[in-house]
Design a protein around this ligand. Structure first.
Ligand code: KIV
Ligand code: ZN
Length: 390
């Protein structure tokens, strides 16, 4: 569902398969994209940006297949401000029960210089391309790329043009992670207050994490009136990444007292999808990453362990179960058995058959004899060696 009359509801737009996959080296296979899209749909993500259909035959096919298989989520594809891009995007997303076309153009002075368009020429292009997209699809999102470095007057002008041409969602990207929370809130608030027609569309925020402020900027935008947040699992994305979905969803859940907005995401599915995305993208999650890092619910020092044993709330503001973790933290060592090894591998996203388990178990025991503790990374390495020798 994308349209809502509930003013406290924030739509979650996941772009792991588009902006996330644009990270150098994060390319996923067709099957992996379908699997991740299925998990996103199942966990209650409102909109899935499935890819950039004109970019390649592979991207087109993945978006089309995801669109055909979608059950609850809106399926969106990205298109530049060209009729050919928009047509190709529509060809792919039209199979979805709820399709969306997302078209964009860079509006800041630096980005305007690339296609070498004058401000007026770009305004005309925006009018024509959004109109074209809206003639194909009822659900059209438009983004002025690098919005946060675009002159205010021009930004307000082109947002108004896009709304008049039929855009239903206006996304405001902080493309290079330049903005600060107070600016992020003010920009959305001012656009809603001053652009004619703003009350008829949903404003969205799309933040990058170059200065580590993506989550704070996204939440500030919601305080300013945005009702869609664009994000990725594990914060996957170009350079320092995008806003992390798990941080947004859990921040809104844990601090609902001060940020009274809700999402439709089932938070207990977070850990599983985080691990699957880390595995298929080949981008491991840093140990101390908020919510999904290996140490996010781990306690080592005596004082902390003592506090945890008496009352978990002493050092934990969320319950591990709320993000899909079991309370028990299996430490793998030379005394561990096969069942524990299988369980651990499943947690890491690997399904192993009996013969494969037998083989891994022998190599695991050899390693455990040499090391005090066998870490998740050791098991992943063991699995990779096993895969390579197959
Ligand atoms: O960061 C960005 O500006 C984008 C747009 C295409 C929305 O990813
Ligand atoms: Zn982006």
């Amino acid at each position: 569902m994308t349209q809502t009359t509930d003013t406290d509801r924030v739509l979650i737009f996941d772009t792991t398969l588009r902006d996330g996959e644009q990270s150098p080296g994060a390319t996923m296979t067709h099957e992996e994209k379908l699997e991740i899209a299925g998990l996103l749909d199942e966990m209650g993500v409102d909109i899935i940006e499935a890819g950039f259909p004109i970019a390649s035959e592979g991207d087109f096919n993945a978006v089309a297949e995801i669109a055909k298989n979608s059950r609850n989520s809106v399926i969106c594809g990205l298109a530049r401000a060209h009729f050919a891009d928009i047509d190709r995007c529509w060809e792919a997303v039209r199979h979805a029960a709820q399709p969306r076309i997302h078209t964009f153009i860079g509006t800041s002075p630096l980005h305007r210089a690339i296609p070498n368009l004058t401000m007026d020429e770009m305004a005309t292009r925006i009018h024509e391309t959004v109109t074209h997209a809206r003639n194909l699809c009822d659900n059209v999102q438009w983004s002025p790329m690098d919005a946060t470095r675009t002159e205010w007057d021009y930004l307000a002008r082109v947002v108004e043009i896009a709304i008049k041409a039929g855009a239903t969602t206006i996304n405001i990207p902080d493309t290079v992670g330049y903005t600060a929370p107070v600016e992020s809130a003010d920009l959305i608030r001012r656009l809603i207050a001053e652009v004619p027609g703003a009350e008829d569309v949903i404003f969205s925020t799309h933040c990058h994490n170059d200065l580590g402020m993506a989550t704070a900027n996204s939440l500030a935008a919601v305080a300013g009136g945005a009702r869609q947040i664009e994000c990725t699992i594990n914060g996957l994305g170009e350079r320092a990444g995008n806003t992390a979905l798990e941080e947004i969803v859990m921040a809104l859940k844990v601090r609902h007292d001060i940020m009274p907005w809700s999402t439709g995401v089932d938070t207990t599915k977070i850990m599983n999808i985080s691990r699957r995305v880390a595995t298929v993208s080949g981008f491991p999650v840093q140990f101390n990453k908020a919510i999904v890092g290996k140490n996010a619910f781990a306690h080592e020092s005596g004082i902390h362990q003592d506090g945890m044993l008496k009352n978990a709330e002493t050092f934990e503001i969320m319950r591990p179960e709320d993000v899909g973790l079991t309370e028990s933290n299996l430490v793998m060592g030379k005394h561990s058995g096969r069942a524990a090894l299988r369980d651990k591998l499943n947690q890491l996203g690997y399904e192993v058959g009996d013969n494969q388990l037998k083989d891994i178990f022998v190599r695991f025991k050899e390693l455990a004899d040499r090391k005090k503790e066998v870490y998740d990374e050791d098991l992943i390495a063991l699995m990779r060696v096993g895969e390579d020798s197959e």
